[in-house]
Ligand binder design. Sequence first.
Ligand code: JHZ
Length: 410
Amino acid sequence: MPKPNSYRVTKCRICKSQNLYHFLDLGTMPIPNGFIQPENLHRKEERFPLGTTTCLDCGLVQLTEVVNSSLMFKNYLYIPSTSRTMLDHFSDVADEVVARFSVGKDDLVIDIGSNDGSLLQFFKANQVRILGIDPAENLVKAANLKGLNSTVGFFTVKLAQTVKKKSGSAKVITATNVLAHIDDLNDVVKGVRELLAKDGVFIIEFPYIVDLIEKTEFDTIYHEHLSYFGLWPLKQLFARHSMRIFDAKRIDIHGGSLRIFVCFQKSTHHSTPRLNRLLNHEKVYAIHIKQTVDEFSKRVSIIKSDLLNLLKKLKKSKKSVVGYGAAAKGNVLLNYCRIGTSLLPYIVDSIPYKQGLYTPGTHIPIYPEKKLTNDQPDYVLILAWNFADEILKKQRRYQKRGGRFILTIP
Ligand code: JHZ
């Protein structure tokens, strides 16, 4: 009997409690970056339940079903370097980290989930030693072609031991939009402990659960993101490994994220006042109570019915509507709302990899962005809303000619 490609979560990933409260069900759908070649459209797509549960003890929000990571990350189509917003963001991160922690040319910076080296390139520009670690062979190849030293693999304590032997300890380890994708968090932290220098800093960025709930960003809930972190659950995770968060900063990227700074328990890094302010704010916001998450779920259903009513009304009045940004989050919205080509005939996207493919589950064709100004449809539904500013700037001509944008989230 082949091993199933997913399993149901029965205990909290961080505190192991079974006191879980299931609060959102988005139905079953294919993996969010499972774009389809035209010749494979007839093939059955494996669909997995998509829903979330909150741990009533530590407050960690997590998926109810975990999909096999190899299905999602061995050949990965998400490439941050295709977005100016992301490149500017990573450049700021590297400059801020190098200056704040006096990272010198002999110091090693390791990026976990390094993708195509989008962040590493800016550390390299600061003349520090770099190493990327990522499971996607296609992306590691692209990074190495750009001279951004990277190795293929899922980050585990075993891989950390090999890297330590070869490259020594790291002054800085970064992990942007990757920790939420990993099931065995204890193994990751053990790996970081193995690799991090005694006065080193582990810097993590992730979409912040308080932003997700506050702005009802439910389409960022998908099979790649196993956890939806807040400070309190992570505080527990690191304490278990004699490490501590000493600073945290809310940032705008991806609809609202958190950047946290972690060190060894006995390190000299002092806790900052803004960390304590955020811890108090989170406690008041109370993600781990049923009422907070139940109200969120109600808002999600309203967004679905409002969007469907709008699209059906526009179709009835013969208005044309297309999608913009074949993002994983967009695929969640389309599958949850069951929006196919009858309501959205096509999507435009800047990533060459995705052009000519079809969206998973809804089978909507993806074209280059220039199709938008060629066709001049009446409306554009922005699916990659985390890049709305960049997209609006790029599409001034479409707007000047009367084109209008629809944003359902946030
Ligand atoms: P984009 C990402 O999710 C990646 P996704 C990841 N899953 C994660 O953790 C979250 O963010 C936080 C297109 N685009 O980046 C390119 C244009 O067409 O939001 C992309 O296909 N024109 C690791 O999948 C898509 O939009 C443009 O001008 O939601 C954006 O997808 C720009 C800027 C983007 O990835």
